[in-house]
Design a protein. Structure first.
Ligand SMILES: Cc1cc2nc3c(=O)[nH]c(=O)nc-3n(C[C@H](O)[C@H](O)[C@H](O)COP(=O)(O)OP(=O)(O)OC[C@H]3O[C@@H](n4cnc5c(N)ncnc54)[C@H](O)[C@@H]3O)c2cc1C
Length: 452
């Protein structure tokens, strides 16, 4: 039985609060016992040390916009709410670096750095951004959007992180060396680890100058054609900032959209050359699906314009209020969301496999993402059919090196019917790292691949 009094005592001198969990304090269906909301890294360390001493399982929560992604935890005794750590620590504009606490909403960070005409190129979906997605959640889910093609994913943009381990030890990459984490690039290790290795309390990111001019090229055609044309653009000298493919469920046709960024006339010239390559048209704005995960519809009018967030790929519908897009979340419609990776040449096979799976198993599969091979799939169908369809997509990339299909968000029934992670390389090493950093399995047990 958790002793909340002792948890509160641990936190007292550092600020912050501990309370009993309420009906909303649930992690993917697993109810918590208590919620701690520290106000500093010291507070995180103190409360975590005490929680672990009591044998509690702790799950970090930022804005909670992706708390049902990854596997449900085996237990979630304590939710560690990071929203009390919401300071922007430093914006080194001259060095193109920003340091922020884990609970800072990404939208606030973007707003600050926009003042210096800079941006953190993560391209979060508009709905998540508006929902308050935090720096810690961004890092822990390993998010990336269209412009990862040129700028890389979060793992490439993170420069360092400070993390609190389950026993309350604070460790930083690039700074103080802690014996049991020496040798690891902590920030990269924590990226995409779903909070299973440590609680991120602050992180430093590389920024990029906002490139003032941009053009989009949009074309469409049969699946194999679109994949081939997109591949040609990726491999060209035209330096696209993003090449995205969108294939709606049930369709034999896909769309390709290319973003060119830069300064002055050169952008228009490159756009013209891309239009020639993909057989598309040049336009000022992105297509309505840009930077959204599939299975999420941006409602309102069809007039879609960039939002002034500094995230040049954010969208809002013209008819929405206060610049907030009306986004229908995936979870309300029972859609299974998966992440599919492929080699550059494997994208065509993935698109075709989606079409085949639909015809065989009576499902719908919407596929969207970068033509270089990081896509998301929204699968609609019965749990059994969804499991078969995911298996079919996996067969299009038969080894982890050639691609993976992992289920991110799904109902219990789907999770029972399928191995959500599929074949994974390096699992023994991942398990060894988990044992070293969190030997008692006190952090989000069961959330990550292999039951880590
Ligand atoms: C697998 C995955 C892929 C995604 N892909 C994309 C994408 O391609 N493009 C895109 O734009 N967006 C993507 N997203 C969405 C985006 O990353 C999330 O909406 C956002 O990062 C969640 O932030 P949050 O504050 O709401 O986190 P929460 O929903 O509160 O937490 C998300 C996860 O991070 C953990 N966590 C939160 N804070 C911390 C912390 N301080 N320390 C340790 N762990 C923590 C949580 O325990 C949980 O597992 C993806 C999300 C996931 C899960």
């Amino acid at each position: 039985m958790a002793d909340l009094g002792r948890l509160a005592d641990a936190l007292r001198q550092h600020g912050g609060e501990v309370r009993e969990a309420g009906p909303d304090d649930v992690v993917d269906g697993v109810p918590a016992t208590a919620v701690a909301r520290p106000a500093s890294a010291e507070g995180v360390a103190a409360v975590l040390r005490e929680a672990t001493a009591q044998g509690m399982a702790t799950v970090a929560r930022g804005a909670g916009t992706a708390l049902d992604w990854g596997a449900p935890p085996e237990r979630a005794d304590l939710i560690l709410d990071t929203t009390g750590l919401d300071r922007l620590v430093e914006h080194g504009a001259g060095d193109l670096v920003v340091v922020a606490e884990a609970g800072l909403p990404v939208s606030s960070l973007l707003e600050t750095v926009r003042g210096a005409a800079q941006e953190l190129v993560v391209d979060l979906p508009p709905g998540r951004l508006v929902g308050g997605s935090t720096v810690g959640g961004l890092l822990s889910t390993g998010a990336s959007g269209p412009r990862r093609l040129q700028r890389g994913g979060v793992r490439d943009l993170v420069l360092g992180a400070t993390v609190v381990l389950a026993d309350g030890t604070r460790a930083s990459s690039g700074g103080k060396v802690v014996k049991n984490v020496a040798g690891y690039d902590l920030a990269k290790l924590l990226t995409g680890a779903y909070g299973t290795l440590g609680i991120v309390v602050r992180a430093a990111f590389r920024l990029h100058p906002v490139r003032p001019d941009r053009a989009f090229v949009v074309g469409s055609g049969p699946l194999a054609d679109v994949a081939a044309r997109a591949r040609d653009v990726v491999a060209s000298q035209l330096a696209p900032a993003a090449v995205e493919i969108d294939r709606p469920a049930g369709s034999d046709v896909a769309e390709v959209a290319v973003l060119l960024e830069g300064t002055g006339d050169a952008v228009g010239q490159r756009a013209g050359a891309v239009a020639g390559l993909v057989g598309g048209r040049v336009q000022d704005g992105p297509p309505g699906w840009w930077a959204e995960l599939p299975g999420v519809s941006v409602g309102g009018s069809s007039r879609v314009e960039p939002v002034e967030t500094g995230v040049s790929t954010s969208l809002t519908s013209g008819g929405s209020t206060g610049g907030v897009p009306r986004v229908e979340p995936v979870e309300t419609r029972g859609v299974t969301l998966a992440k599919a990776t492929a080699t550059l040449t494997g994208v065509a096979a993935l698109l075709t496999a989606a079409r085949d799976a639909e015809q065989r198993y009576d499902v719908g599969i919407a596929l969207r993402g970068t033509a270089a091979g990081v896509l998301h799939a929204a699968v609609t169908g019965t749990p059994e059919a969804t499991a078969l369809a995911v298996g079919h997509l996996r067969a299009a990339a038969p080894s982890p090196r050639e691609g993976t299909v992992t289920v991110l968000r799904a109902s219990r029934e789907v999770r029972t019917a399928i191995d959500a992670w599929g074949p994974v390389g390096g699992l023994d090493l991942m398990r060894a790292i988990k044992r070293q950093l969190d030997p008692g399995r006190n952090l989000a047990p069961g959330r990550f691949v292999g039951g880590i």
